[in-house]
Design a binder for this molecule. Structure first.
Ligand SMILES: NC(=O)c1ccc[n+]([C@@H]2O[C@H](COP(=O)([O-])OP(=O)(O)OC[C@H]3O[C@@H](n4cnc5c(N)ncnc54)[C@H](O)[C@@H]3O)[C@@H](O)[C@H]2O)c1
Length: 283
């Protein structure tokens, strides 16, 4: 797909990977719809990015808000060609309460908090939050985008639209130890993406998934952790980086993922794929 003059919808576009992707597709001459639940940030970035950006506050899990946002972009620009589904988060949850034990300044292990474990069954809610936002929310965005994409005239390759889903290295290898909801949802996103690619291909709609490694965004910022947990969080993130082939102990940047998203939006022969951009973590 030639992105010039096209309309790309980016969920979670007020921050991190979504924001970097918004900048990248604007650079290709697209118009951009950003949806995000963070209204203050969304309005700020839309003002910075200029008139080819429309920001609409929309929670990924709320069908009415999402549909209203896309309808506004459709009314303004008359088409929706691309979706980059970047809204997401992770909660702390496992089947038993988990705590971390530092075994040396650079090593840790996950251990069940036995006292807590005997006090009661862990709550279901954090798991449901992750599934709802990261997996159900991804399908919500996909079904809405697909409805508008089928209205497009096919291009010379028969293409009507392209979707890019943000999964994670947590989908198939990286264990965070206390992220059962996030890992399950991100693995689900891979299945969802393949099914959309296969099932919607005859309508000229492509779908691919990206599995980022550790990327410098607010999502993995140490600052979000309570102060007493920060040294442990540093160890966890350092542990992930030790397993990269390249570039050693450095996180990736949002732009590393954005450029892959742009390639997948553009490349008409790429569909049903899973693309790792993780410094070789999975190798
Ligand atoms: N940063 C990483 O290391 C990393 C690694 C693997 C996968 N990912 C995935 O990449 C995607 C983007 O993450 P990021 O690192 O840019 O994080 P980020 O926190 O910078 O951006 C995520 C955005 O999603 C928005 N959001 C969260 N819940 C929402 C909801 N219910 N409705 C609407 N918007 C919502 C947030 O407000 C935020 O603006 C996520 O799906 C994340 O799981 C990130």
């Amino acid at each position: 797909m030639d992105l010039k003059g096209k309309v790309v919808w980016i969920t979670g576009g007020a921050s991190g990977i979504g924001l970097a992707t918004a900048r990248a597709v604007l650079g290709k001459g697209s118009k951009v719809l950003i949806t995000d639940k963070n209204v203050v940030l969304g309005e700020k970035v839309a003002a910075e990015l200029g008139p080819d950006v429309l920001f609409k506050p929309a929670d990924q899990t709320k069908p009415d808000e999402m549909i209203a946002a896309v309808e506004a972009a459709y009314e303004k620009w008359g088409r929706i060609d691309g979706l980059v589904n970047s809204a997401g988060l992770g909660s702390a949850v496992n089947a038993l309460p988990i705590t971390l034990e530092l075994t040396s300044p650079t090593q840790f292990r996950y251990v069940v908090d036995m006292e807590e474990a005997k006090k009661g069954i862990v709550p279901l809610e954090p798991f449901m939050v992750d599934i709802n936002i990261d997996l159900v929310g991804s399908f919500n965005a996909a079904r809405i985008a697909a409805y508008y994409m089928v209205k497009n005239e096919p291009d010379e390759h028969g293409e009507r639209g392209s979707m890019v889903m943000l999964s994670s290295m947590a989908a198939d290898k990286y264990a965070l130890g206390n992220a059962a909801g996030y890992a399950a949802a991100k693995a689900g996103v891979l299945g969802l993406s393949r099914e959309i690619a296969y099932g919607c291909g005859s309508a000229g709609i492509r779908c691919n998934a990206i599995l980022p490694g550790s990327i410098d965004t607010p999502l993995i910022s140490i600052d979000q952790y309570p102060e007493e947990f920060r040294p442990v969080a540093e160890v966890i993130f350092a542990d992930a980086l030790y397993k990269q082939c390249f570039p050693g102990t450095k996180n990736g940047k949002p732009e590393n993922i954005a450029s892959m998203a742009v390639e997948l939006l553009q490349n008409w022969f790429a569909t049903g794929g899973e693309y790792r951009v993780d410094g070789g973590y999975r190798s």
